[in-house]
Design a protein around this ligand. Sequence first.
Ligand code: FAD
Length: 409
Amino acid sequence: MTRRRQPRAVIVGGSMAGLSAGLFLRQAGWSVDIFERTSERLSARGAGILAHTELRTLLTSLGIDTEVNFGVSIPTRVVLDASDTVIASRDMPQIATGWTRVHTLLADQFPEQHYHSGFDFQSCETLPDGISVRFADGRQEMADVLIGADGFRSSVRRCLFPNVGPAYSGYVAWRGILPEALVDAAPFVRSSLFTFNLPPGEHMVGYPVAGAGEDFAVGRRSYNFVWYRPADSLTELPQLLTDAQGHRHELSIPPNVIAPSVVSEMRDHANKVLAPWFKHVVARTPHPFLQPIYDLAVPEMASGRVALVGDAAFVVRPHVGAGVLKAAADGQALAAHLAGGDDVLAALQRFSVERHRVGTKMIERARHLGSYLRRSFDNDTQRGEAARVGAPEAVLRETARLDFLYATS
Ligand SMILES: Cc1cc2nc3c(=O)[nH]c(=O)nc-3n(C[C@H](O)[C@H](O)[C@H](O)COP(=O)(O)OP(=O)(O)OC[C@H]3O[C@@H](n4cnc5c(N)ncnc54)[C@H](O)[C@@H]3O)c2cc1C
């Protein structure tokens, strides 16, 4: 009896999408190697993230315990007005965890000997019996499937769809995380609220996450904020992305080189428009960082022997709070379609159809939720829509909810 050869996947990118796809494919009996460009441990990518039940279920199916020390439970959402008065509130239990926390849980599950750091994907070539993948140092790998999990600037995507790239949304997110000990013991922190403040055309949200060493004790946790602000693509964005040395960065700027003048302007603006609570938080945040917000959608999530997962395929504005879930669920679906079957190409096409539908729904939903973060409107219909979406009750009800994914109409 001839034994079936174990199929092999090469994954480019060892972050959320790459690790999830790798773990699920291993469960499905595949041999998997991940090639990650960055040599150091990926930890400083993000700050807090919201963990939907779906994300926890998915992690549990990988054997990861999300019951203990996973995140901070936040029972209630509130909106503050310009003087810190709560003008709307809603009970809506959720868990806030950290990007690093989830990444570490995934990375700890993946066998070290199959995770190769310091490899920069260069090109791929489809051969009659597989796909050949080449890295910048000349290393070459053969696989049955190549998975592009290399984020929003994906080089793998560029091979498939050279004309698809991130489209700037018109606004940026200032983010920050600081030890709770640095903020005055305000009621919003002590009672673990998910706190919004909505200055005209802007959107601030803050919530507690675990502190250093996964400490969940009040006073030793961290506090995380995301502040969305419009920034004109031609005038303001280039300035924000220009570092102190005058070098203009493309698409995003590393936190450690943001020009001090840009940070000062942001802090001044915080003092002018934010509620006192958030003025306080921003003033005490040692290293705020900036992320322009983009939309990105591929026409298909697979072509030939190549599949795209996570932000390489769809970048969804963060209002849905599900980038990590989407990345992990892409990996799960990919493995489910590839499990057992011999027809890799057909399996990749089925994966593409299934997950493209989800990515499309998410991107549309997130665009809708971010529609009021603009300075000007083309007509009254747009203005009316923005007023509805940006109303405090609507923001509380709609932000980071996934119900829309299950709606039938
Ligand atoms: C402001 C903001 C707030 C957010 N909040 C949330 C939230 O609350 N909840 C949530 O779920 N998500 C949130 N997200 C989104 C989430 O962070 C991303 O969706 C998620 O990290 C995407 O994971 P990924 O693995 O697809 O891509 P990435 O994390 O970008 O990883 C791509 C990897 O590929 C590697 N790579 C790139 N090029 C190459 C190459 N040529 N060769 C080899 N390796 C390469 C990179 O080094 C990187 O490690 C937020 C995003 C933003 C901007």
